[in-house]
Design a binder for this molecule. Structure first.
Ligand code: 5GP
Ligand code: ZN
Length: 125
């Protein structure tokens, strides 16, 4: 198991969550507060605070992470979807363990997907 933080929510979820998809080094879960009809989070098992530190993944892991995002979207039935990462508090990041949002409107559809999820959240505060 890669290095983890004891007090990190997504480290715990990566260890024992209810996955919609799991691969070597990565898990995907349903977002607890979905912003689209399908809203999945892709979480690397390895703890990295934000996307700023994406260089902590070597070339193979980075490729695998991107492939895992695409595989996850396909697995949950999405053909068209958005992939989003909030980087830092003022950009809407609330959980400081790197994660990728996959947002979609259902199989073959892009309907009902908010166009600016992170911005809308920041403006609401
Ligand atoms: P961020 O705002 O950091 O980009 O995204 C964090 C996401 O994690 C939010 O969309 C939020 O709804 C989701 N989230 C927070 N706590 C939990 C949890 O305990 N379980 C799940 N499945 N999602 C969570
Ligand atoms: Zn973590």
């Amino acid at each position: 198991m890669p290095k983890q933080h004891d007090d990190c929510l997504f480290c715990s979820i990566a260890r024992e969550g209810a996955y919609v998809h799991k691969g070597k080094g990565f898990v995907a879960i349903n977002d607890i507060n979905p912003k689209a009809p399908v809203h999945v989070l892709v979480i690397p098992e390895r703890h990295v605070d934000t996307f700023r530190e994406v260089g902590a993944f070597d070339a193979r892991e980075s490729k695998r992470m991107l492939e895992f995002i695409a595989e996850t979207a396909e697995k949950v039935g999405l053909r068209d979807y958005r992939v989003l990462v909030n980087v830092g508090e003022s950009a809407g990041q609330t959980v400081f363990h790197l994660h990728w949002h996959i947002l979609g409107g259902g199989p073959g559809s892009t309907a009902d997907v908010p166009s600016a999820v992170a911005l809308a959240e920041v403006e609401d505060e």
